[in-house]
Every structure is written in C-alpha cells, then in structure tokens.
Design a protein. Structure first.
Ligand code: GLV
Ligand code: MN
Ligand code: MN
Ligand code: MN
Length: 425
C-alpha cells in the first residue's frame, strides 16, 4: 500500500530506540584515545550474552516470545492472527568488531523490536507472524568467517562446520557455542533453519549504510538493491626461525620476506583502475614474533570483494598461483574460508521499502551494499531486502561510527510500515 499507517508511524519511539542503543553500547563499551565511545562485543562472550538477555527482557515486556536454535540464533516472535502462515523475519546481529561502534548490527535488531513494539502498541495486528532475529557471529572478528548463524540457518553450511575454528585464546568455536547454549538453557529451543519446508515469507534487515552515499546525496533512506560478493582467504607461509644477527641471507628461510613479496604481487594482481575491486590484507600473524629471530611462520588474511562474479571469481582463483610464485625461500598454503556470491535482491522487499519511504515523505535512493550482511544468506530462501540509514562520514567498524537519533527513527518507521505491509500480504 502506498499510504502511511499514521498511528503505527507515530508509535515508533525515537527516544526509546536511542535509549536502548545507548544501553547496549555499555556492554563491551570503551572510550578510545580520541574520546569516541566504541564497542568491543565479540560473539559468544559475556557481553554478547548480556546483550541478548537485555534484548529478551525488552522483547518480553513488549509481549514477544524468545527461542534459540543450535547456533545460538535468537528469535523473538510476535504472533500473527494466522500463526500457521510463513513469518516475516527482520533483524541483524549484536556482535561487533574488536573496535567497533554502537550501531553496526545492533541497530537492525533494536529497530526490529521497535517496529514490532510500535505495531503492537498501535493495536495493528498482522496476519503473518513477525520474528525479530539476532544472528550469531556476523562479524567474524573472534571466529572467522562471519555470518555463521545465517549460513547455518540457510543450510549453506552444516552447523558443525566451524566447531574447530579457534579464537586468539585457542578456544574452539564449538566449545564457546556449547557453553553459550548451556547458559541459555532456560530459553526454549527451536530447530535450526527452515523446518517442514516453510521458508520465511520475507527477510528485511535494517542497517547503517557503512558508506558515504546517503549522506553525500542527502538521502534519508537507502533502498538496498543487493550486496557485492566477498571471498576470504587465509595464507600461511612457512620458513625457518634463525638468529637474526648470525644467519647469512643465503641460509635463511624468512617467512616475512616471502610474505612481503606475496603481498606486493597480489597488489599488482588486484589493481583495478575503476576502484571497484576491494582487496584488503588486514590481519598478519608472525611467529615467533621476536625482533631478533627470523620469522618462521606468517599467516595473513585476504578480504576480496566485487559486485560482479565474473571478476570476483577469476581474481580470487588467481591468488594461490600468485602467492606460490612469490615464494623464494618458504612454502605457502592458501585456504578459502568464506565465499558469498554477489546478490541482487528480489524486487518485493526493495519495492516495499520504496513505497513506505515515499508514503512517509522521506528521500530514498537505491544503492548496493559494499559490506556483507546476513541478508546475503537469506536471499536464496525468501524475498530479501535491506533498509540503510546514513552514518556520519560513512564511517563504521570504528568507535566514531555515528547516526543521529532522528535518522535511526526514520529507518525504524520505514521498517515498521514495511513489516506491516509484508505481514499482511
Ligand atoms: C562485515 O561487517 C563486513 O565485513 O562486511
Ligand atoms: Mn553489520
Ligand atoms: Mn560490521
Ligand atoms: Mn557486517
């Protein structure tokens, strides 16, 4: 429908949503050297658990019921007048980057709750149930890769795929997850993923843009058209540790030297005059990591992204060969850890977002997402879409990440109307 639901829109509370975001920002919150309030809330940590508990409490007060699946994905259900119908899903993630902000992920979950609570307070019932979901480990900072919860839900990978993945303390993902599930034993369990063949009717994820487009074009709402593809690799280079003062170059197997050659060769491979291909090396581990011992082992990550699979695929496939031919002294191993194909959303949700924004007099533009999201893994299951709101300077994954309370409220109002429209169709 191309009309505003006035009582529904009025029931969205800017103050309540903001207050909740600020309260969540205390969990794992810290002040950085420049005075920005950042968040470090890695998945399956104490702070992650506390944030889920807080969310469940607010949701219960609003009349929603909680359940979790075997990946720890948390669902908060608003019942439909016909509970047998496929639900509309909305949400995002509550974990953060190690030095993240107060909005990435968590806003999509809080906005989902705000929108559903507004529906209920406005006395608007929906035919379909609506479930607000918080996916486990979207960021991939503690356990790589990200999007484990949504990947397992979508059946993209079996749930035990990542059991042996270690964090920096050597704790396996499987153990952290088992401990988490044990501490959440009082929350009703639900089967993982789509059971009895009923896929959700639609999935809508609200998120800060994490880029500069909306702000620079003075738009209130981003109608997300799709998500570029990503591939993550881990490269391990093995040489031999030796005395830095006594070992002649000819006898060395220096893993750092070969890593530098490999990264330089990769930079050449990934050069893109159109600046569309994104190639990032951002995590480097050196062993034994001592200034007077030649490096024995180096591990580094590659994050590669492009909206076009015909470029993403061959460039990604070329990494192994380029790394191998850069080795002068050492041996190298390249493992692919994550692969999300470029996604173009089904028009249903984007069109609903556009209609809601227009009906509310907001300026909305269509744009693709440069960041990946759980929505990428929901896309094969059901019509999927995202709502972006501007963030200051386009900054995210940093404590200075910021969106105005009014910008976030506008996003929640659009989400409320979209959920209302989808859940009644
Ligand atoms: C997830 O935050 C990403 O890297 O896009
Ligand atoms: Mn996010
Ligand atoms: Mn993120
Ligand atoms: Mn993300």
């Amino acid at each position: 429908p191309d009309t505003v639901a006035p009582n529904l829109v009025a029931a969205v509370s800017e103050a309540r949503q903001w207050q909740r975001l600020m309260e969540m920002g205390e969990l794992g919150g810290f002040r950085d050297a420049d005075g920005h309030w950042g968040v470090n809330r890695a998945c399956l940590t104490d702070n992650d658990r506390k944030s889920r508990r807080l969310l469940i409490r607010w949701a219960a007060e609003a009349g929603l019921t909680a359940s979790i699946d075997q990946l720890g994905n948390l669902f908060l259900r608003h019942e439909g007048t016909d509970p047998t119908l496929a639900p509309v899903l909305t949400g995002s993630h509550m974990d953060s980057q190690p030095a993240g902000g107060r909005f990435d992920g968590i806003w999509g979950v809080i906005a989902g709750l705000e929108a559903v609570q507004a529906l209920r307070e406005a006395g608007v019932s929906t035919k379909r149930p609506i479930e607000v979901v918080a996916w486990t480990n979207e960021e991939g900072g503690r356990y790589a890769p990200g999007c484990m919860g949504s990947m397992a839900y979508a059946g993209y990978r079996p749930p035990e795929t990542w059991d042996a993945v270690l964090d920096k303390e050597g704790i396996p993902f499987g153990q952290a997850l088992a401990e988490h599930l044990k501490s959440e034993a009082d929350i009703p369990r639900r089967p993982l993923g789509v059971v009895e063949g009923t896929a959700p009717f639609a999935y809508v994820e609200a998120h800060i843009e994490q880029g500069p487009t909306l702000e620079s074009q003075d738009a209130d709402i981003g109608i997300v058209t799709g998500i570029q593809g990503s591939r993550w690799f881990l490269v391990e280079i093995t040489g031999k540790s030796d005395h830095a003062g006594t070992t002649p170059v000819g006898l060395r197997k220096d893993a750092v030297q070969d890593m530098v050659r490999a990264i330089n060769a990769l930079n050449t491979l990934m050069h893109d005059p159109t600046d569309t291909l994104r190639f990032t090396v951002a995590s480097i581990e050196v062993l034994p990591n001592s200034s007077n011992s030649v490096a024995q082992t180096v591990r580094f990550t590659i994050d590669l992204r492009h909206p076009d699979n015909s470029i993403l695929q061959p460039r990604g496939n070329a990494i192994e060969g380029v790394v191998q031919s850069a080795m002068r002294y050492c041996t190298a191993k390249v493992i692919e850890r994550f692969h999300a194909t470029p996604t173009v959303f089904h028009p249903m949700v984007p069109n609903a977002v556009e209609a809601a924004a227009r009906a509310q007099g907001l300026r909305a533009i269509r744009l693709p997402s440069g960041a990946f999201h759980d929505a990428q893994f929901m896309h094969p299951l059901c019509p999927t879409g995202m709502i972006f709101v501007p963030c200051r300077g386009g900054v995210s994954h940093h404590p200075s990440e910021y969106s105005e309370p009014s910008e976030l409220a506008a996003g929640a109002r659009v989400l409320a109307q979209v959920l209302n429209d989808l859940a009644n169709s």
